[in-house]
Every structure is written in structure tokens, then in C-alpha cells.
Design a protein around this ligand. Structure first.
Ligand code: S3P
Length: 433
């Protein structure tokens, strides 16, 4: 029977990175604002709840979130530790905010977040004058993090990793603490924080690879947060592979630092176009059209990784299930310290589905294109869960994903949206959880 394609329009959930930042910057700016289109997943809820405990009023009225921020100097000491759940962005960005606050707070997270490396934020915040203590596990600093902030000094940080979370933590510490900070990284990571800060009135300078924030007061962001290109990537991957597909993703962020995966799809042979239509807080916003094509393997090197860091799981699935020849992904060791060790999880899952995959310390070598059905484990990781769902559309048999409920972290309606876009039906469906 012919495989159903992906046909239609998708308005993806609000961009997760932008949603965290919109709430945090609204709280720092102070005063009242209204935001809509925020990401409905559990991660952004973790940020909202932590900000409430720090003295921010956040109410939701359907799609609209009303935020009344205490302002940079108005945060209050929470009565208990702040629970960041599964969200690294919540924990690391709030660590920056709290470094500028004159009280002690503890940031904790779930099992996955409590294993992730935190020295990358603790070290620069300490250098600015904050007191940051954590737990040591296997020689690395991990959460819970206890932070006593307050009188910071200006500083410059050279990050060893390209990480928007680290960069943002330093910029937010400077903003809340009222000192000039500068941060550079080996390759440019997503630049949402600097774009938003500039659009909201902060003094931002970008020179070479370094971002300097000279503080200043900001106005709160308002309006509709653009859609998430990382959430849409799963549907785009399916559209690229399944014949007769034609997907239009609407109202999505077209930040160039987030489009690496879409450029990779075009290199693999899919027909991909994007059109800018609007701007929000310094972000280009528009639509992306993806049509199927004959796909072939590609090379991804370290330089290309930051702009597709969260899309590598679905790229690997596409390479194994639909692209002829070899796909070689290198320079992606950061995937080992995401919500799970994504390189290990992908290698194990693909092997269960008959994929030809070799795991390298910093990447994967995949030979496509054939997968069969089987049972795979998402390891509690939302992006692995959604990537394996797409494997279910490409494989010759049905794919069962253990731990598929992790999708609630970033895209609670994922399965519903996928069903709607799949044209035609197949007896029994392709996926089961
Ligand atoms: C994010 C930055 C990236 C990304 C994560 C969200 C952000 O992580 O993988 O999903 O919103 O700043 P790193 O900063 O660790 O690279």
C-alpha cells in the first residue's frame, strides 16, 4: 500500500527557547505585559512556576499569558528550592538571574537534569562574584545548585562550549546585577537572548564572536511568540521522506541560528523554501515549505552543529530510514549531555530497528536507507521520543516507543498533529506507544 505523505499546514507550538526568555525578560523588565503563543510544554511551565515563586504574577487566560514582573531589583527569596523539572534552559538561565539577586536560592531538577554538567554556568557566575555551590558527581558539578548572588563585578567570559544557555546565563546575570558583562564562545550558538535584549532596549554590542551587555533597563516583551522550528523539524523530516508530501509550517521563527536542519534537508535532496513575513523581538518570522525528494546522505561537521543541535536526533532517523548512502555527523559530543545521552540512545534505537549505525565519541556514521519495526526506548527524552515516532513512518514495520510521554516536555499535541497531517490511512496505523 502507498505510504501516506505529510500534507497540510502546521502552526507549531511556540518556540521553547523564546518562551523561556520572554517570561524571564518580562519578569526582569517589570510592569504588566501580555504574551501569547508560548510553548505549552512542561519545560516552559517550569520556568513560569519558578518565576512565580520569585515574585512574578503570571496568569493564563486561554492562549494569553498575563505577566506582571517585579523588575530586576524586585525578585523575592523563594521559601523552598525552585524545581526546574527536566529543563536545562530553566535552570541555567535562572542561575544567571539569581546570580544578580541578593539572597540565597536553590535550583533543582529531575533525575536527568541532576546529571547534566553545571560547571559551565557556575564558573562564569562565580567569576562575576556570585557564590555558587553544587553537588559533585563523577568529578563534575551537578544540580542542585545553591546560589547566593548580589554585588557582582563586571567580567568577561570565554566559554569552552558553544552554548546559548551559558551565554544567556552570563548576560542575564549582568542585566540583573547591573554590571557590564562580555561573553564569547568557540562557535556562535543561537542568539535569541541578544536579539531580544537589543529589541527591548538593553545596551548590546556584538563584536567578532563576543557579545557585550552594558545593562540598561528593558521594556517587557509582548505579543505572539513565534513557532518553534525544532518542533516543526520532526514533521519536516517526515515530509522530506514521504512521497507526495507538501508541508507548510506557519508563523515559525526563521532565526538563521535555528535553520541548520532545514539547510541540511535541502542538501539531502528535499525541496525546502522559507519566506520571511514578520518580526518579533528581533526575530525573523515566517513560513517554511518542505516537499519530498530523493534523499541522499550528507556530512555534518562541528561548524554546522550549533544551528541544528536539537534536530540531530531526527536527522539521524531520516538518514537511517530514508537517505541513500552514508551520513556522517561529527563534532556533536554535546548531544551526550542533553536530556539523555542522545548519541547512545540513537545508536541503540536505530540498531533495534535494523539501522546500520556506528557510534563515535562525537557523532554517528549512518548508512541508509532501511529500517524495520521494533521496540525502542526514548530514555525519557522528548526529542528522542519524537524522532522515533518519525522512524515509525519510515520503517517497514511498526515501531513502539517506550517513554513516548516525554513529548509533553515540548510538544504535548505531537501525536495529534502528526495524525492530522498524514494523508490516507493504513490498517492499524504505523505507530504505537
Ligand atoms: C537552548 C540552547 C541549547 C539547546 C536547548 C535550548 C536555549 O542548549 O540544545 O534545547 O534555549 O538556550 P545549549 O545551550 O546547552 O547548547
Amino acid at each position: 500500500m502507498a505510504r501516506p505523505g505529510i500534507v497540510g499546514r502546521l502552526v507549531p507550538p511556540g518556540d521553547k527557547s523564546l518562551s523561556h526568555r520572554a517570561l524571564i525578560l518580562a519578569a526582569i523588565a517589570g510592569g504588566e505585559t501580555e504574551l501569547s503563543g508560548l510553548n505549552p510544554g512542561a519545560d516552559v511551565e517550569s520556568t513560569a512556576e519558578a518565576l512565580r515563586r520569585l515574585g512574578t504574577r503570571i496568569e493564563t487566560h486561554g492562549e494569553v499569558w498575563r505577566v506582571s514582573g517585579p523588575g530586576a531589583s524586585g525578585f523575592s527569596r523563594p521559601r523552598a528550592a525552585l524545581d526546574c523539572g527536566n529543563s536545562g534552559t530553566t535552570l541555567r538561565l535562572l542561575a544567571g538571574v539569581l546570580a544578580g539577586c541578593p539572597f540565597e536560592t536553590t535550583l533543582r531538577g529531575d533525575e536527568s537534569l541532576s546529571r547534566r554538567p553545571m560547571a559551565r554556568v557556575a564558573d562564569p557566575l562565580r567569576a562575576l562574584g556570585a557564590d555558587v555551590a553544587g553537588r559533585e558527581e563523577d568529578g563534575r558539578l551537578v544540580a542542585p545548585l545553591r546560589i547566593r548572588g548580589g554585588s557582582l563585578r563586571p567580567g568577561r567570559h570565554e566559554s569552552a562550549v558553544a552554548s546559548a544557555q551559558v551565554k544567556s546565563a552570563v548576560l542575564l546575570a549582568g542585566l540583573v546585577g547591573g554590571v557590564t558583562v562580555e561573553v564569547s564562545e568557540p562557535m556562535r550558538s543561537r542568539d535569541h537572548t541578544e536579539r531580544m535584549l537589543r529589541a527591548l532596549g538593553a545596551r548590546i554590542a556584538i563584536e567578532g564572536g563576543a557579545v557585550r551587555c552594558g545593562g540598561g533597563s528593558i521594556v517587557p516583551p509582548r505579543g505572539r511568540v513565534p513557532g518553534d522550528p525544532s518542533a516543526a523539524a520532526f514533521f519536516a523530516a517526515a515530509a522530506a521522506a514521504l512521497p507526495r508530501s507538501d508541508l507548510i509550517v506557519e508563523r515559525v521563527s526563521l532565526n538563521p541560528g535555528r535553520l541548520g536542519f532545514y539547510r541540511a534537508l535541502a542538501r539531502m535532496g528535499a525541496r525546502v523554501e522559507w519566506t520571511r513575513e514578520a518580526r518579533w523581538c528581533g526575530e525573523p518570522v515566517g513560513r517554511i515549505r518542505v516537499r519530498s525528494g530523493k534523499l541522499a546522505g550528507i556530512r555534518v561537521t562541528a561548524r554546522g552543529v550549533p544551528a541544528m543541535i536539537d534536530e540531530i536526533p531526527v536527522l539521524a532517523i531520516l538518514a537511517a530510514g530514508a537517505a541513500k548512502g552514508e551520513t556522517r555527523i561529527r563534532g556533536a559530543a554535546e548531544l551526550r549531555v542533553k536530556e539523555s545521552d542522545r548519541l547512545a540512545g540513537l545508536a541503540a534505537g536505530l540498531a533495534r530497528l535494523g539501522g546500520r549505525v556506528e557510534e563515535l565519541p562525537d557523532g554517528l556514521v549512518i548508512r541508509g536507507a532501511s529500517l524495520h519495526g521494533g521496540i525502542v526506548d526514548a530514555h525519557g527524552d522528548h526529542r528522542l521520543a519524537m524522532a522515533f515516532r518519525i522512524a515509525g513512518l519510515l520503517a517497514a514495520g511498526s515501531v513502539r516507543v517506550r517513554g513516548a510521554e516525554a513529548m509533553r516536555i515540548s510538544h504535548p499535541s505531537f501525536d495529534r498533529d502528526l495524525r492530522r497531517l498524514l494523508t490516507g490511512t493504513r490498517a492499524g496505523g504505523r505507530n504505537s506507544s
